[in-house]
Design a protein. Structure first.
Length: 244
């Protein structure tokens, strides 16, 4: 049985990279990310990598150049992920050495399917297939895993929130949304259910209202230099991942 591949992502859209990292890590892949080609090349020798997901429109060295260099190494699978969907760009991407060329917005479930299909093809065509085999790891029962800490504190009385002691000013609805997510870490919450909880059962449901609240939360946390802990899962909803 083949192990899951190690994935690297080169994507300068930090929110998208966080969402892809979160989804792939939650799906069992060892994944790391870089916002530029330059940082990627510096880290590549230190991070286990089998397949690279490459955006085209990168600052500095662009994705096509990265693809050509990776192809010359003949060691990695490669998937280009880009908003540039015309035929000429696709031909350039594939001729640069990419195995697949996917157009944004990306369906995460389809991305996982593409990764698994590519990895199987790589392993089936690799003479030293032992590198693809799943290793057996023996975990000692004498060592307990460290307890996951929750650095979020929410006060229902004042509708206030803090992260690692940093206060965050929230509206009533922003607080209500954050509380539902913080109280259900790791669970995917449907936007319809969140809408009904926040705004009541109405005939004209507008899920954009939930997106607006999420956007406002994102801005407020960014101003406090707090990494946004809420991730969108394509076609399913949103999930809260407690910051380490």
């Amino acid at each position: 049985m083949y192990r899951k591949p190690n994935i690297a992502i080169i994507e300068d859209n930090e929110d998208l990279m966080d969402d892809v990292l979160f989804f792939l890590q939650g799906s069992g892949y060892n994944t790391w990310g870089s916002k530029s080609a330059e940082y990627f090349w510096r880290q590549l020798h230190a991070e286990p990598t089998d397949i690279v997901l490459v955006d085209v429109g990168l600052p500095g060295e662009d994705g096509f150049s990265v693809a050509r260099h990776l192809s010359s190494l003949n060691k990695f699978g490669m998937i280009i992920i880009t908003a540039r969907g015309d035929q000429q760009d696709k031909l350039e991407g594939l001729s640069s050495g990419a195995d697949l060329y996917l157009i944004k917005p990306i369906n995460f479930l389809s991305l996982v399917e593409a990764i698994d299909t590519l990895w199987k093809r790589i392993c089936d065509n690799t003479p030293e297939s032992a590198k693809c085999e799943e290793s057996k790891v023996i975990v000692s029962s004498t060592h307990a895993l460290p307890e996951k800490k929750n650095y979020w504190q929410l006060d229902d009385g004042s509708h206030s929130a803090t992260f690692r002691g940093v206060p965050i000013s929230l509206s009533t609805q922003e607080y209500a949304l954050l509380k539902q997510l913080v109280d259900s870490p790791g669970q995917i919450l449907n936007k319809q259910d969140l809408h009904d909880s926040l705004f009541g059962h109405v005939e004209d449901v507008d899920l954009h209202r939930v997106d607006v609240l999420l956007s406002r939360l994102r801005v407020k946390l960014k101003l406090k230099n707090i990494k946004f802990p809420i991730h969108s899962i394509f076609g399913k909803g949103v999930v809260f991942k407690s910051n380490d």
